[in-house]
Write a protein that binds this ligand. Structure first.
Ligand SMILES: [Zn+2]
Length: 287
């Protein structure tokens, strides 16, 4: 973790002093909060996959755009993976409160552009969105919050990078970690073990996070149920895991996040203008 910004010796806030952060805040107001999980990722993926996803994206974006990241949050909402040793889960409401408090601290100190960068895909999103919606509405309306996730940032690119359906511990997320942290994927333990979603979920849950999905619903499953329907923890084949796929996936998401940082830096807000209809008025005036 040695990457620096033009204003601080490291992109990581935990490696800076308070004086370095104070001088950063004289010139910059944006910060990334990387959020992951510690949970099973099949026989080939380490428990920290989702946290490493958030950390490596945050670090690369921070280095390229010259901004700071907070210390990573290594735990997430993972009770549905708790049937496997090593999974450490935080309840949805705890996560919401915890992330809300982190955001309050940052906002209080003058960070007015806060990017929550999630590596845990859909499972953390409800708590993250509800945390910042409340803080923005009720306490810090002048702070812009964005919740970023590869699930949405790689929507256009993922289908042409992956070769099979992608789900938990699948080829895309393992390729990403293989590319950025080669030693953390057990390449001799990659597997074609996958879940028959139609059989388990009655055709109401799609088997591809980046592909077409049925008209469906969210069905809750417990840690014990997961252990029963996927004894290895792999939801989709990881046999196609490669460094090249990981690079394509990483580079696409980083480029999009750099665009986001540029936009957030330059945006004056508030979203929609200061009063009813102001944004529309402005548009009409300039057209
Ligand atoms: Zn994951």
């Amino acid at each position: 973790m040695t990457a620096s910004t033009p204003l601080t010796p490291s992109v990581w806030m935990q490696d800076c002093t308070w004086e370095e952060v104070a001088s950063y805040l004289e010139h910059e107001r944006i910060v990334i909060v990387p959020i992951g999980a510690t949970e099973q990722h099949g026989p080939a993926g380490c428990l920290g996959v989702d946290s490493y996803v958030a950390i490596t994206l945050a670090e690369d974006v921070a280095q390229r755009t010259g901004i700071l990241c907070t210390p990573p949050i290594w735990f997430g909402d993972s009770s549905h993976h708790a049937g496997f040793p090593g999974t450490i889960s935080v309840r949805t409401e705890t996560m919401t409160h915890f992330v809300g408090d982190v955001c309050r601290s940052l906002a209080k100190q003058g960070f007015t552009r806060i990017v929550l960068l999630n590596g845990h895909k859909g499972s953390n999103l409800p708590s993250l969105i509800s945390a910042v919606r409340g803080v923005h509405e009720e306490e810090y309306p002048g702070v812009m919050f964005a919740v970023a996730d590869p699930l949405h940032l790689a929507k256009s690119a993922a289908p042409s990078i992956k070769e099979t359906n992608e789900h938990h511990a699948g080829e895309l997320e393992l390729s990403h970690i293989l590319h950025r942290y080669p030693g953390l994927i057990r390449v001799d333990r990659l597997t074609n073990a996958s879940v028959d979603f139609d059989e388990v979920f009655g055709g109401f849950v799609g088997n591809d996070l980046f592909g077409p999905a049925p008209d469906g619903v969210d069905i809750m499953w417990s840690g014990a149920e997961q252990r029963a329907f996927t004894p290895t923890g792999s939801f989709s084949s990881s046999l196609g895991t490669t460094d090249a796929k990981g690079k394509a996936y990483h580079d696409h998401i980083v480029a999009r996040l750099c665009d986001l940082v540029t936009w957030m830096r330059g945006y004056d807000g508030p979203i929609g203008g200061h009063g009813p209809g102001e944004a529309a008025e402005k548009r009409r005036a300039t057209n």
